[in-house]
Design a protein around this ligand. Structure first.
Ligand code: GCW
Length: 704
């Protein structure tokens, strides 16, 4: 009897557990959300199409049954590619041709008393994306009676960069270990590989670089390539290609050659053979991502060659197979003057020297994924070379997996920036998406925030950043609000009031982190090792000067900020007119970049009449208040969110509030030592003592 009861008990517990809202399903909670009424009487499509299988899988989760293959009802869903019998009567072939391999149409037709909804595309990839689009409309309750959707991606390559090491650790990963279980393959294949692919495909991501840019040469060994092949096979139906980061010295480290000189014939042959070996295993392999001569990694300059020599040698090996090289421009050295200028100085002289299957991958800002940076002057600076933005989805410098920071506004700020380099309207988006220079190959990368945590990203709201990256890569004209709205409806709740409040909270979160960490263009004030908390005072003997905060804030008795104007390092000159002139003068420089480009006296008058010091105090304080506002908003939304996720987010917001206060107190108390001015009475007085804050040593070992 007791045994019987405990079985019932276990059964009940397992049902409850399987329904627990742990975030594991991301935005694909087909079974969890209240599905809108069924719109279709049946489906007319080839059962064997992967897109159709994906639709049916989701359908079953939503409605507990599949959509019947039946064309006789009056509300049919038709899915078909160019030339298929299902599409014959709709005359869409011409329109589809213009949408390329990945574009699609979703269109309603009323004929002979029948209302038909057609998902049509040139090929399988487009159909898959069309299906996910339709599912999203159902999930968000946004499916109108008549549809006329035409979609085509902004970027050809929409790719995640995993900084995952072969030992399972993740550089700057804050959601547990890597999801790639290299040791287990091929014996054990984690179900997460498929879930990962589905989640990515559902938002339009079509590429994945599996390993860290600080790459182990071992990834190119046969035993690893066999495992990469397994992942490629799982991703293939989802239209996701695999790419690898390579180590430039692989020919010597694993190939036994005496050199890795890109112009050496034996090295060229080694790479050619290696690339052939890869394509034998993975015929649709995407290509390589390369970090070379950067932060101590090997590269062509070790042999007196240029970045172009290195990139082109690899590009030539990949070219016959259709592969590409994404060559990172993240280069800087402590011996040069201003770090913000170095990538431009290195790469602009090479403009036009890269093969056509090379894209130079550039971080959004010239330094390193700070809460706010102006766009990198390489966007606009490189005219004859393909260039792609690299965004950081993982929050290395933005509170990691503890802070809720919605990143779409940060990325949009970069994409929407006008470089003016081919006149007005030369935005970063248009330069990189291929429209300005009429290029077919275009790409955008995001450094993934994915790990083996149950909810994938560490913080439930960090899922929104993975989602937003994919959606913006697909369509950079979407607004941050639209994306937040979609994500909230699918992930949490469709209630209009809930979506409005939660979306406002998300949108405000980016400016909040700028305020409580590094307002007015301040940057690189974070702690040396973990990059989590503040350490503007950080200094020790023999440290690389360009890795120390004081290199960047330059605070002294006169003022604060880095003079990059024409009186300083003249970094402003790397920007095109009229930005160059605008950034050059304190009066015309946007205040959000003031201390990025200028060293400004403490008593400088800001536009609102405050002194710089008072403004700084005001903004740090505003950041803390913003976080408190988010906490209040979240508490008000309790009724709309399941207990598990509500509590988890609430607990993280409490940490964020404490951290915001920590940042504010640390920065203001430290800078006060230079400004020698009181903290104005209208802001909250510091609760910490500077000496105590200086003693904080975090044990963040698990984070890196
Ligand atoms: O910001 C730095 C990070 C490194 C990273 C590097 C890069 C992968 O702290 O961890 O290395 O950027 O982008 O290459």
């Amino acid at each position: 009897m007791t045994r019987y009861i405990s079985i019932i008990f276990l059964f009940t517990v397992s049902i409850l557990l399987s329904q627990a809202e742990d975030g594991s399903k991301l935005w694909l909670r087909f079974g969890q959300t209240k599905a809108s009424p069924i719109h279709f009487t049946g489906i007319n499509a080839d059962k064997n199409l992967f897109a159709v299988k994906e639709l049916q899988k989701a359908w079953k989760e939503m409605y507990r049954k599949q959509l019947s293959f039946n064309n006789s009802g009056n509300q049919t869903l038709v899915i078909g590619a160019t030339g298929s019998k299902e599409l014959q009567s709709f005359g869409l072939n011409k329109n589809l041709e213009q949408l390329g391999e990945e574009g699609y149409l979703i269109k309603s037709f009323d004929t002979h008393g029948k209302h038909q909804t057609v998902i049509a595309a040139k090929g399988k990839a487009g159909l898959l994306y069309g299906v996910y689009h339709l599912l999203r409309l159902i999930q968000t309750n946004d499916l109108p009676e008549n549809l006329n959707i035409v979609e085509k991606p902004s970027y050809a390559v929409r790719i995640l960069n995993h900084w995952d090491n072969l030992d399972g650790s993740i550089e700057r990963g804050y959601a547990g270990h890597s999801i790639w279980k290299w040791e287990e393959m091929p014996t054990k294949i984690s179900p997460r590989y498929t879930e990962y692919a589905r989640a990515n495909a559902s938002i339009g991501i079509n590429g994945s670089v599996l390993n860290n840019v600080n790459a182990s040469p071992n990834i190119l060994r046969k035993n690893y390539l066999e495992k990469v092949k397994i992942l490629a096979g799982i991703f293939r139906p989802f239209h996701i290609k695999v790419y690898l980061s390579i180590n430039f010295s692989a020919p010597s480290v694993i190939g036994g050659l005496p050199t890795a000189d890109p112009l050496n014939p034996a090295v060229i042959k080694w790479w050619g053979d290696k690339v052939n070996e890869i394509y034998q295993l993975i015929p649709d392999f995407g290509g390589f991502l390369v970090k070379a001569n950067s932060e101590g990694l090997p590269g062509p300059q070790d042999f007196g060659r240029t970045h172009a020599d290195g990139a082109n040698m690899l590009a030539d090996a990949l070219k016959p197979h259709g592969g590409i090289i994404m060559w990172r421009a993240f280069v800087y050295s402590p011996d040069n003057d201003d770090r913000a200028k170095q990538a431009y100085n290195e790469f602009v002289p090479l403009d036009g020297k890269f093969r056509d299957n090379v894209i130079v991958q550039v971080k959004n800002g010239p330094i390193d994924f700070q809460p706010r940076e102006p766009f990198s002057p390489l966007f606009g600076g490189l005219k004859l070379t393909k260039i792609m933005p690299e965004f950081q989805i993982t929050q290395e410098y933005l509170g990691q997996s503890n802070h809720m920071v919605y990143l779409a506004p940060l990325w949009k700020e970069c994409l929407d920036s006008d470089t003016y380099c081919q006149g007005k309207g030369s935005t970063v988006a248009r330069i990189t998406d291929g429209t300005l220079y009429k290029r077919e190959l275009s790409a955008i990368a995001g450094v993934a925030n994915i790990g083996e945590d149950t909810n994938w990203c560490g913080h439930h709201f960090a899922q929104a950043n993975w989602y937003a990256f994919g959606r913006l890569a697909w369509n950079h004209n979407l607004t941050s609000e639209q994306i937040a709205g979609e994500w909230l409806k699918m992930t949490f709740n469709k209630d209009t009031g809930f979506v409005r409040s939660a979306s406002n909270m998300m949108i405000a979160s980016r400016e909040a982190v700028v305020n409580y960490m590094m307002p007015l263009g301040l940057h690189h004030l974070f702690a040396w090792e973990h990059h989590y908390g503040p350490e503007p005072w950080c200094d020790f003997p023999n440290a690389r000067p360009d890795w120390l905060p004081k290199y960047y804030h330059q605070a002294n008795e006169d003022g604060i900020g880095f003079d990059r104007s024409s009186h300083g390092t003249n970094n402003v000159e790397q920007y095109c007119s009229p930005l160059r002139e605008m950034f050059d003068k304190t009066e015309t420089c946007p205040e959000k970049y003031l201390l990025w480009f200028h060293h400004v006296p403490w008593n400088y008058k800001m536009k609102d009449g405050k002194t710089l010091w008072d403004e700084l105090c005001y903004l740090y304080d505003a950041g803390v208040k913003d976080v408190r506002r988010s906490e209040a908003t979240w508490n008000n939304l309790q009724a709309y969110v399941d207990k598990e996720r509500f509590e988890a987010v609430k607990a993280k917001l409490a940490i964020q509030e404490q951290d915001a206060i920590w940042w504010k107190d640390a920065c203001l108390l430290y800078f006060q030592g230079f400004s020698q001015q009181p903290i104005p009475p209208y802001i909250e007085a510091p609760v910490h003592k500077l000496d105590d804050l200086k003693k904080i040593k975090l044990n963040m070992a698990s984070h890196n």
